[in-house]
Structure formats: C-alpha cells, structure tokens
Ligand binder design. Structure first.
Ligand SMILES: N[C@@H](CCC(=O)N[C@@H](CS)C(=O)NCC(=O)O)C(=O)O
Length: 215
C-alpha cells in the first residue's frame, strides 16, 4: 500500500522540526508544506480545519490528520518501528519521555509566536523585556536538562548510542535558543549531543536559523 505523508510545518517552528527530524530518521518519504506563520497562514480557515488550534505541525497520512508533535512522533514510532525512537524498556522510556517533555511541554510553549504576540499587542512589552522572559525560561529548561543529561552519560546521544525522542526534541530547542541569542556555552553536555546530532543528515531538518529566511 502506498503511504502518502504530508507535513504541514513552519520554517522557524521547533515543533515542526521535531516531526521533520523523526520522519527523516525513519527514512520515510514525505512532502512538506510550509505555512508562512508571519503572514498568519496557520490561522486561515483551510488550515484551521486540519488543526483547530492554528498551530503547526500537522501530519496527514493517507487521509489521517494528526496534531501535536509528540503524539505524531509516537504514532510514527509505533507504525514504523525501525529505527525506534522510544525503547521497549518502561523505565528508559519514561526517562526519555520526561526529557522530551521538559523541552516540548515546559520550555517551548513559553517562547512561541502567539505568546510573543500577546506580549507585544496586549500588554505592550518591549522587545528587551520579551527577550528577558525568553532567556529566563530557556535557562530554567537548559539548566535542568544539563543536570539530567550529566547523570546519564552513556553515549553520544541523550540516552545511548542511537537517537531517541529526547534528541529529536533537544536539537530544535537548541536551534531555537541560538536564534533567540541565548548562550549555550555553559551547557557542555548539551552542546556535545547537539554537535553530534547535527553531524547526522536527519538532524539538519531542524528549523531555519537564518532570520532572513524565516516565515
Ligand atoms: N504542542 C504543540 C505546539 C505547537 C506550536 O506551538 N507550534 C508553533 C510553532 S513551533 C506555532 O504553530 N505557532 C504559531 C503561533 O504561535 O501563532 C506541538 O508540539 O505540536
């Protein structure tokens, strides 16, 4: 059976980058449709039918429409198990999910376009104050992630010698942090993992760092 996969993504979206990387790790063929987030394409009526939250990513797979990057990746991981992004071992799986969620659920949502927009338009925060907010929460997230990762040095990736869901979340979060001018130098273990991942083709699918090309 032919499998048609379309990823609806934003070029500067770390949530989209997670799915993009997972698809690449699994060597699945897919089409990618970029929405221009700056122009509000993700809030248009057509896309809203696919994603009522008006957020990217959305994955369409033979007519099945899925939202939420981690739910999408876990679906892909169960449907296309090779190579796995989550191990069978329950304890290891819980640890990998925990680090993934630290980035995807506790850090990333505080930094999104809609949060910025609210700060700008509803409470008139200056760009400097918004940057302060962003760096504050990035530091909280990266401090904790570094501590967790230093307790588990058993390979070139977050948890061992093959990429897992945690790496798929770590790399776009690092790219996003760099784009926001956040200094990653204090996080030596994170930098080692990030550099290692970035040497692999699948991880080059992370978000566009170049502001000039950001949409
Ligand atoms: N929890 C969602 C988060 C999705 C999300 O926040 N996407 C951002 C891009 S990274 C977005 O669509 N932002 C548009 C906006 O904030 O208006 C997921 O992991 O898929």
């Amino acid at each position: 059976m032919t499998i048609n996969i379309t990823l609806f993504a934003g070029k500067t979206s770390s949530a989209s980058a997670r799915v993009n990387i997972a698809l690449a790790i699994k060597e699945l063929k897919y089409e990618i449709k970029y929405l221009n987030l700056a122009a509000g394409e993700h809030c248009g009526a057509l896309y809203k039918k696919l994603n009522p939250q008006c957020l990217v990513p959305t994955l369409e797979l033979n007519g099945l429409v899925l939202n939420e990057s981690l739910a999408i990746i876990e679906y892909l991981d169960e449907r296309f198990p090779d190579p796995p992004l989550l191990p069978k071992n329950l304890e290891d799986k819980a640890k990998i999910r925990a680090l993934s969620q630290l980035f995807a659920y506790d850090t990333h949502p505080l930094l999104t376009r809609r949060v910025n927009k609210f700060f700008y338009t509803e409470i008139q925060l200056t760009e400097k104050k918004i940057r302060l907010w962003q760096h504050y929460w990035l530091k909280k997230g990266f401090d904790a992630a570094e501590e967790i990762l230093l307790q588990n040095i058993i390979g070139d990736y977050c948890f061992g010698n093959s990429p897992s869901l945690a790496d798929v979340c770590l790399v776009p979060q690092c790219d996003s942090a760099l784009r926001l001018g956040f200094d990653l130098k204090p996080y030596s273990r994170i930098i080692d993992i990030y550099d290692h991942c970035k040497s692999k083709p699948a991880f080059t699918k992370s978000l566009i760092l170049d502001k000039a090309n950001a949409v």
